[in-house]
Ligand binder design. Sequence first.
Ligand SMILES: NC(=O)c1ccc[n+]([C@@H]2O[C@H](COP(=O)([O-])OP(=O)(O)OC[C@H]3O[C@@H](n4cnc5c(N)ncnc54)[C@H](O)[C@@H]3O)[C@@H](O)[C@H]2O)c1
Length: 387
Amino acid sequence: MNAGSPSIVRVEAGHACYDVTIGADCLAGLGSVLRTTAPTAIRAHLVIDAGVPESLVNRVRSAFSESGLIGNESRLTPSEPIKSTPTWQRLLLDIAEASLERSDVIIALGGGIVGDLAGFAAASYRRGIPIIQCPTTLLAMVDASVGGKTGFNIETSHGLLKNMVGAFHQPAAVLADVDALASLDERVFRAGLAECVKHAMLSADYGDPDLADWMARSTTNILARNPATLTELVTRNVAVKAAVVRTDERERSSGDQGRALLNLGHTFAHAIETIDSLSPTNDPNLAPLMHGEAVSLGLIASATLAEQLGRASGMVEPLRNRLVKFGLPTAVRGLPESGEILARMAHDKKADTGRSRFVIPIGDGSSRVVLDPPVQAVVAAIESIRA
Ligand SMILES: NC(=O)c1ccc[n+]([C@@H]2O[C@H](COP(=O)([O-])OP(=O)(O)OC[C@H]3O[C@@H](n4cnc5c(N)ncnc54)[C@H](O)[C@@H]3O)[C@@H](O)[C@H]2O)c1
């Protein structure tokens, strides 16, 4: 794949159809994307992730002036605690102060936290206005910006509940400029690779059986952040996600496939990523876990669960090797006892049918949903990530 030519993945989700444009410097095309997706817009509100380099922010600002749009801005310093009601409310106030109408447009420029919050502001302001997602982390490019899930966390007596409030609100377009990945902190970059490994664990059923092997063969170029390799990595991952979302936009499938598969590793991940003391390397200064690091641990737990249930064999060790090569954690110190993790899982939204729901890998590139697995198998899965 040529670093100079952007690639496009078409997403069809319910009534919404949009393009994800991926490549180096593809933010330069934002002006024309604005003109085609929001032709009657007069104003645009840019929600900026404070970690994004100013040069990238300026590319978006110049797209506003090119398109004759009046631009306003909000800036967020992302962390899971600020993915909250007060931040959503602040964004709505900023957008209302800027007098956006329903035909105007919001642009999210940042990682998954900014994308999820700006997405929900767009979903809820005036009952829904268009948003263009410009993801700037690997995780946001391959996962959070595509598929329309938006929202934030709430703090309850059961602890912080991830993504408990939100809406499906598909973007009008997504521009994943891989140049943005150059400035990412190494830890943040690697966390995004966990979602790529997750996609590769279900990609055989969604059109890309070679994804895991290609990622293994391309490890050096991926970690060196070669722009052409990153363009291919993001394109193939977005294509897998788009193929899953196409079959089940709102995660309503009652079978053992559909959008729920994208939660592979997440039932475990959501239970542990809200524990403030956990660190990927046991260095307390690095606590808490990033979402992608928790997903990495969750993938190991899911593979262990699959083996416990007799649905797979010989899967955990190769997976562990793959994650270690990408610098991702596969075990963690200081995990609370399994009873506490089980209780946290029970409050996660993935238990929303009153039954516990897990996704397990069942073979190379294939995963399935299982309901109410025996508790001792889940406990063994939790213990498999205890260092
Ligand atoms: N909506 C979905 O479908 C979906 C899917 C997966 C994850 N998520 C959510 O995404 C969030 C995690 O997203 P994330 O991993 O992107 O983390 P994040 O949003 O916290 O960003 C990580 C860090 O990278 C910085 N950053 C962003 N872009 C940068 C750049 N170009 N250069 C330098 N620094 C930059 C940010 O300021 C932040 O400090 C979680 O809240 C998770 O729940 C949502």
